[in-house]
Design a protein around this ligand. Sequence first.
Ligand SMILES: [Zn+2]
Length: 468
Amino acid sequence: MLRLHNTLTRTVEPLRPLQPGAVAMYSCGPTVYRPVHIGNLRSFLLGDLIRRVLVWGGLSVRQVMNITDVGHMTDEVYDRGEDKMLLAAADEGLTPAEIAAKYEAAFHRDSGRLGILPADVYPRASEHIGQMIDLIGRLIERGHAYVDDGTVYYDVTTFDGYGQLSRNSLDQLRAGHRLEAVDHHKRHPADFILWKAAGPRRVVRYDSPWGEGYPGWHIECSAMSIAYLGERFDIHTGGVDLAFPHHEDEIAQSEGALGHQVVTTWVHGDHLLFSGQKMAKSSGNVWTLDRLEEEGHQPLDFRYLCLTSRYRRQLRFSPDALAAAGKARARLGARLAEWGDPAAALQSPAAKKWDERFRDAVLDDLDFPRAITVLWGLVDDDSVASAERAALVGDWDRVLGLGLGDAARAAVPPAEEELPAGAADLLAARQAAREQRDWAESDRLRDELDALSVEVSDTRDGTTWRLR
Ligand SMILES: [Zn+2]
């Protein structure tokens, strides 16, 4: 069974679906007023990888991803008091609804180009205002929320577990807010808005029992996850920057309203760094898939690059790293093209052993860097019949999603370089030694290869060689 790091418990735990054989997962989706950048896409990829691993393992998965569209207050609105959706609409000469439709379509296109399989449902926030109002009403009834001048606040002191996900205490949060201009309607500085009274200039507004206004961002995910996945579900994914306050607040809302735990496992993916900084629109260092293609790369090269880093670690993005990923993917395709048709079944113990190693890696909290090493180990293991290698790589690509079948068809003819007799065996032995972390043996084999004029170099994508 898949083991995942649960932010709630800070441990890697075996996933035990609430319903045997079926997993329900919610993934925080995009705010659709601009193109998503590749840092956002790395977050969305996390949900895709979890889902692919589970389906590959024979489970069924129901995945829901929200679309934050018009009439919503996102974090950015809290920060600056302006609605980015409306600003974008004014900038582009479109209505807010047209902006949302345009960037929602762009988001689906980007996801597809990155090999992200579509979720089962993409609920739009603007179409679930009723469910949000119901949930807010329930929170007021249960004493978790209060109304002040048409705005509804969540009272964080009424929820015992507040801060558990992000390891914050209410005292720490109070101290953290000390330097800010705190909304004096709040009873505690960490209280957050569930429903905001619409000011006179607010264009998109809805009727509610508390007057005209619009919902907070956090309530959207509570309302829509419960609506589509039920009152308890297995996995919730998102970027690490969503853990606080977004997910902390979501727990307080959902569990406050229902009186029990809702999400079992919270999985967070870390940032993508570019020139040492988190990729963010505000810092101006944004790469989109369009830009990536304009600069001569393929979107799936970026997917390969993502797989070379654990999801809980920061990924350092650079054009060079992307180019190296592209080369590695092309080389995989070229090898696959050499092998011909895949075997119908695995026969040899060696092939089964490789399959086991791959499975162990991906089930171990999505250790894709290790899985990629295993992939290269298999590719270069000439003791396994080509047809078996082709079968394994084809099957593994259901999880990797690298489009290797297509890459194989597109592959240029393999280089004319031929390895001298015995060198292939030495390379395989060296790969095995490296996997055993037997560096002395690995160095010794490198010298032997060197004597045959085969120059070996080790990269993060595996070992490559060339003839001198
Ligand atoms: Zn969310």
